[in-house]
Ligand binder design. Sequence first.
Ligand SMILES: O=P(O)(O)OC[C@H]1O[C@H](OP(=O)(O)OP(=O)(O)O)[C@H](O)[C@@H]1O
Ligand code: HPA
Length: 175
Amino acid sequence: MAETIRVLVPEKEVDKRIEELGKKISEDYAGKQVHLICVLKGGVFFMCELAKRITVPVSMDFMSVSSYGAGTESSGIVKIVKDLDEPLEGKDVLIVEDIIDSGRTLFHLMKILKERGPKSMHICTLLDKPERRVEDVKVDYVGFNIPDEFVVGYGLDYAQKYRNLPFIGVVEGVE
Ligand SMILES: O=P(O)(O)OC[C@H]1O[C@H](OP(=O)(O)OP(=O)(O)O)[C@H](O)[C@@H]1O
Ligand code: HPA
């Protein structure tokens, strides 16, 4: 059977939720500058849309990480493939992710970034799969809690495809 995509969260709902998150973040960071960190590649679509809806001053940086594999299951111990350009010292940092699944990536990434002396560090994710959590990470802003299904769109890929879909979909018809 050919793979197909079933819509899980339509574009309008995603847009509306990002608007709400932008408003809440703008309230919570009133009087401050928020330093957004995008975890590439998946986080890029969400971060751009979110940043447009934040009304306090915003700065942005990007990093790319890969997990050290341990057999078939990723260990989540992250290796920095592309580091941030700017130091984090004294900044109010908000890490922006497309999805938190096992929590391993963020658990290890937070440890590395906290050592760089940010004034504060919080997490914002478009999607959260709480059922899949292995590492305990405190997530401050969540777009949608979703069931344990493999999703694509809005930055998320299946074999590097579908990142450009403007909605969240579930891949069907694959083994
Ligand atoms: O909570 P976890 O189980 O660690 O999974 C979440 C991580 O997996 C995805 O990245 P991926 O490695 O697929 O890279 P990509 O963003 O470049 O697609 C996602 O963007 C998170 O970084
Ligand atoms: O459901 C998912 N889809 C795409 N990438 C992912 N990385 C962790 N979970 C997912």
